[in-house]
Design a protein around this ligand. Structure first.
Ligand code: NAP
Length: 505
C-alpha cells in the first residue's frame, strides 16, 4: 500500500468498529445528541453483527424481542415473542436506514490496527481500505463473534462440509445426509430440532448436558401488532413487565439456593418431555442451574427422541473422513459436520489490534484476565470505549439494555470533554481496580463460581471476567454516569512539542 500524506488521512471525532446492536446503537445516539462527526467500520457488506453471521436453521433470540430491541426503536412487528434471526437482522438494517446511519458506514473496512498516538492525542487506525484518525474509538465488535473450533484430531481431514454454527452455508441441503453435531449449547439446541426434520440422521455429541427450561414461545398475531402500533404505551408496559420478570430470574444466579428452586422447573420440564429414564439421566446436568447458560427450548428434548436422532454422551474423541468417533471409541458415520462449539470470549481477537499509550496491546494487558473500568474504559487506553467489554454480559436479561447504558457513559464522557476542553480521558488505575474488586466480590457466591461447572464465562484464571453479577438497573446506575474523578483528564498543551497537560476534575 502507498504511504498516505498525514494531511490527507480522514479524521473523525468518533470511530466505531462494528455495526451490531452496540455499534448502531452508539451511532443512533450520537446523532440524537447532535454529534455528526463519526464513522462506523464494518468488515462485511451489511450491518448486523452476530445477527448477520448466525444464519443457522432455527436461529432465534432467547430473550423476548420486546426487551431485545432498542428502547428508542420499538418494533411492533415481531412475529413471535422470541424474534427469529431473519427479522432481527432486518430490524437492524432498518435501524441503520431510519437513523440515517448507513452513509456513515464504511463497509468492507476491516480494522487491522488502532494505535493511540500520545503526541497527537488521537487514534491512528489502519483499515483494509486505508488509514483514518479519530479522537475517540468505540470498539463494538461483539463478544460472540469469533468461532472457537474444537481441538479434535482429524478435523481437517473430514471429507464433507464441516463448519462452525455461525458459518452456516447458505445453500446447504441436508436431505439424505448424516449430520454430526458437536456441542449442546444454545446454538446446537436450536439447530438440532430444525435439521432433524430434513436430515437422514443426526448424531449429537454431548460433552456436558445443559439445563433447559420451557420457552413458551407463541406467534404474535395481527391484532396484537395493530394494538402495539396504535397504543405504544402497551408495548412499554409489556417491556416493563418483562424487564421485572427477568430481574427476578436474575436472583437465581446471585443466590444459589434460589437456583436450586429454579432447578425444580427444569427437572419437571425434562420429566414431562422425556419418559425414558435412562435418557433422562444422561440429559440431567450435574451442576447447579445457571452455572452454564440456561437454555430455553420446547423442542430440543422431543427432537432428541425422534427415530433419526442419536445422543452420544462424553463428547467426541476424533474426527475421521467419514465419521466422528465418540468418547467410547465408537465411530458414527457422518457426511456433514456442524461444530456448535462456541466462541472466543475471554480472549477476544479484537484486543490484539488495539494498542494503548505504552505500546502494549489490549490483549497483552488483558492477559490472563480482562479488566475494564465500568466494563467500558481501560487504564492505559485513552479515549477507548469497549462495548460488551469485561463483566458486561448477562445470564438473565437482554444485553441491549447493557449496551444502551454503556452508550450513555460514552455520551456523558463526550459531553464532559466538550464542556471542559478535554482532549483525552483515561480511567485511573485505582478507579478501575476498585470497580473490578466490587465485581469480583459480588461474584463470589454466584452460581457461576459456586455452581460446579466449567463455562465460557470463566477465563484461564477461573475468574468470571465476562458477566455482570448484579441487576441491569444496578449496571445502569453504576455505568451510565461519567464520574470525572475516576479519570485522568488531559488538555492539549499550548506549547509546541510538549506533552498534553493533565487537569483535575
Ligand atoms: P456454547 O454455549 O459455548 O456451547 C459450546 C458447546 O460445545 C458446549 O456444549 C461444549 O461442551 C461443546 N464443546 C466445546 N468444545 C467441545 C469439544 N472439543 N468436544 C465436545 N464438545 C465441545 O456455544 P453456543 O451454543 O454457540 O452458544 C454461545 C453463546 O451464544 C450462548 O451461551 C449464548 O449466550 C449465545 N447464543 C444465543 C442464542 C440466542 O439468543 N438464541 C443462540 C445461540 C447462542 P461443554 O459444555 O462440555 O464445554
Amino acid at each position: 500500500m502507498q504511504p498516505v500524506a498525514p494531511e490527507s488521512i480522514p479524521h473523525v471525532r468518533v470511530a466505531i468498529v462494528g455495526t451490531g446492536f452496540g455499534g448502531l446503537g452508539t451511532a443512533a445516539q450520537l446523532r440524537q445528541k447532535g454529534i455528526e462527526d463519526f464513522v462506523l467500520f464494518e468488515r462485511a457488506d451489511e450491518v448486523g453483527g452476530v445477527w448477520r453471521e448466525n444464519r443457522y436453521p432455527g436461529a432465534a433470540c432467547d430473550v423476548e424481542s420486546r426487551l431485545y430491541e432498542f428502547s428508542f426503536a420499538p418494533n411492533p412487528d415481531w412475529s413471535h415473542r422470541f424474534g427469529r434471526q431473519p427479522e432481527i437482522w432486518a430490524y437492524l438494517r432498518r435501524c441503520a436506514d431510519d437513523f440515517g446511519i448507513r452513509d456513515r458506514i464504511r463497509f468492507h473496512h476491516n480494522v487491522d490496527r488502532a494505535a493511540w498516538d500520545e503526541a497527537e492525542q488521537r487514534w491512528a487506525i489502519t483499515t483494509s481500505q486505508g488509514p483514518y484518525t479519530a479522537d475517540v474509538l468505540v470498539a463494538a465488535p461483539g463478544s460472540l463473534i469469533e468461532p472457537r473450533l474444537p481441538d479434535l484430531p482429524g478435523l481437517d481431514a473430514f471429507d464433507g462440509p464441516a463448519f462452525h454454527s455461525s458459518r452456516w452455508p447458505d445453500d446447504l441441503d441436508l436431505a439424505g445426509r448424516r449430520v454430526a453435531v458437536i456441542g449442546t449449547g444454545a446454538s446446537a439446541i436450536q439447530i438440532v430440532p430444525e435439521i432433524q426434520k430434513t436430515a437422514e440422521r443426526v448424531t449429537v455429541y454431548q460433552r456436558t448436558p445443559p439445563w433447559l427450561i420451557p420457552r413458551l414461545d407463541r406467534p404474535l398475531g395481527p391484532r396484537t401488532k395493530a394494538a402495539l402500533r396504535r397504543f405504544p404505551l402497551l408495548g412499554r408496559l409489556v417491556r416493563g413487565a418483562l424487564y421485572l420478570h427477568h430481574e427476578v430470574l436474575g436472583l437465581a444466579f446471585r443466590h444459589p439456593r434460589v437456583a436450586r428452586g429454579a432447578e425444580a422447573l427444569a427437572r419437571f420440564h425434562l420429566r414431562r418431555q422425556v419418559k425414558d429414564g435412562a435418557l433422562r439421566e444422561r440429559l440431567t446436568p450435574k451442576y447447579l442451574l445457571g452455572c452454564k447458560r440456561i437454555i430455553l427450548s420446547d423442542d430440543y428434548y422431543p427432537a432428541l427422541q425422534e427415530a433419526n436422532v442419536e445422543l452420544v454422551g462424553g463428547g467426541a474423541r476424533e474426527i475421521r473422513p467419514h465419521g466422528v468417533v465418540g468418547n467410547d471409541g465408537t465411530e458414527h458415520p457422518a457426511d456433514v459436520l456442524v461444530l456448535c462449539t462456541g466462541f472466543h470470549v475471554t480472549e477476544p481477537p479484537f484486543a490484539r489490534w488495539i494498542t494503548g499509550r505504552d505500546g502494549h496491546t489490549l490483549s497483552d494487558v488483558w492477559k490472563p484476565s480482562m479488566k475494564a473500568h465500568v466494563g467500558t474504559t481501560v487504564y492505559g487506553f485513552p479515549n477507548l470505549f469497549v462495548l460488551q467489554g469485561p463483566n458486561t454480559g448477562l445470564g438473565h436479561s437482554s444485553v441491549v439494555l447493557i449496551a444502551e447504558a454503556q452508550v450513555e457513559h460514552i455520551l456523558n464522557a463526550l459531553k464532559y470533554m466538550d464542556a471542559h476542553g478535554i482532549s483525552a480521558i483515561e480511567p485511573r488505575a485505582e478507579a478501575q481496580a476498585q470497580f473490578v474488586d466490587e465485581v469480583d466480590e459480588r461474584m463470589q457466591n454466584t452460581v457461576w463460581i459456586a455452581g460446579g461447572c466449567d463455562s465460557w464465562y470463566l477465563d484461564a484464571t477461573g475468574r468470571n471476567s465476562t458477566l455482570w453479577p448484579r441487576s441491569t438497573g444496578a449496571f445502569r446506575r453504576r455505568v451510565s454516569p461519567f464520574r470525572a474523578e475516576d479519570y485522568h483528564l488531559y488538555r492539549p498543551s499550548l506549547a509546541p512539542n510538549r506533552s498534553p497537560a493533565e487537569v483535575h476534575a
